[in-house]
Design a protein around this ligand. Structure first.
Ligand SMILES: [Zn+2]
Length: 269
């Protein structure tokens, strides 16, 4: 029998009325959900008798009606917005934190991170400085993967056992160092569900985007129509390969800016 795949969803900062976001580039904002859209998604899960769980819990693959909820970057809304919603619905989640961002404007302080951990949520690592790991030498990787882990463990007083790659960028060498550092898993941005036969150092994750409708969300957490996400990712990855990481980001930012201004001028709302 083929084991059903468990979907790992990827979230970022949430947008609250009147609260400035950590970053404002279009490439960032397309990953940011309005807080009430996030709430609607979590209520939809609950209503369907599904459960949001942490990475540790999802990796046991015991429950076919569970979805892993993960958050990248360590924004303050992890604690202020996501945590109360998840707590009320009795959902678990894993928050992958960029260690070097703690205390910056819009991100959690070390005390807030401790609070999030003490509420029972799992804390994972999302590197030290959010560098693209595939671009780094071993010394750089050591800092981003090993030192970031130690710093987060010191802050929360618990082992930090799961890692997620900034921008989804990784290489064979990244996998080796993450494994050697003592992590139990590494999440990528490959648009796959995961099963007991998935390599836990190459876990798939599905981004929930600002424009994801409730209907599309329902398909995503059930692992349906993931090929659509794969197709978008494939187009993005081939552009990255042709252009290189930093050049790709500049080009993407230009294109998104242009699309945004074209939208503004062609619509009247
Ligand atoms: Zn990130």
């Amino acid at each position: 029998m083929v084991h059903p795949r468990t979907v790992f969803l990827m979230y970022h900062e949430l947008e609250l009325p009147g609260r400035p976001l950590c970053q404002s580039e279009p490439g960032y904002v397309r990953y940011i959900l309005l807080a009430h859209d996030f709430l609607a998604q979590m209520e939809r899960l609950k209503l369907a008798n599904w459960r949001g769980v942490s990475v540790t819990s999802a990796l046991r693959f015991q429950d076919t009606h569970s979805v892993a909820l993960t958050f990248d970057d360590g924004c303050e809304t992890d604690l202020l917005t996501a945590a109360p919603i998840l707590h009320k619905l009795r959902f678990g989640a894993t928050f992958y934190v960029t260690a070097g961002f703690l205390g910056r404007r819009g991100y959690m302080s070390p005390a807030q991170l401790r609070e999030l951990s003490n509420l029972g949520f799992e804390i994972g690592c999302h590197s030290m400085t959010h560098a693209y790991l595939s671009d780094l030498d071993d010394a750089g990787l050591y800092r981003e993967v090993v030192e970031a882990k130690l710093q987060l463990e010191q802050t929360v007083g618990k082992p930090v056992e799961h890692f997620s790659c900034p921008g989804g960028r990784y290489s064979r060498r990244v996998v080796e160092i993450v494994r050697d550092a003592g992590y139990r898993s590494m999440a990528t941005s490959l648009a796959n569900g995961n099963s007991p036969s998935t390599d836990s150092f190459e876990l798939g994750r599905i981004p929930v985007m600002r424009e994801t409708t409730l209907h599309a969300f329902e398909q995503l957490y059930r692992g349906q129509a993931l090929w659509k996400v794969s197709l978008q990712n494939a187009a993005r990855d081939s552009a990255k390969r042709l252009l290189g990481n930093s050049f790709y980001d500049r080009v993407r930012s230009l294109i998104l800016h242009r699309r945004k201004s074209a939208n503004t001028s062609s619509t009247s709302h």
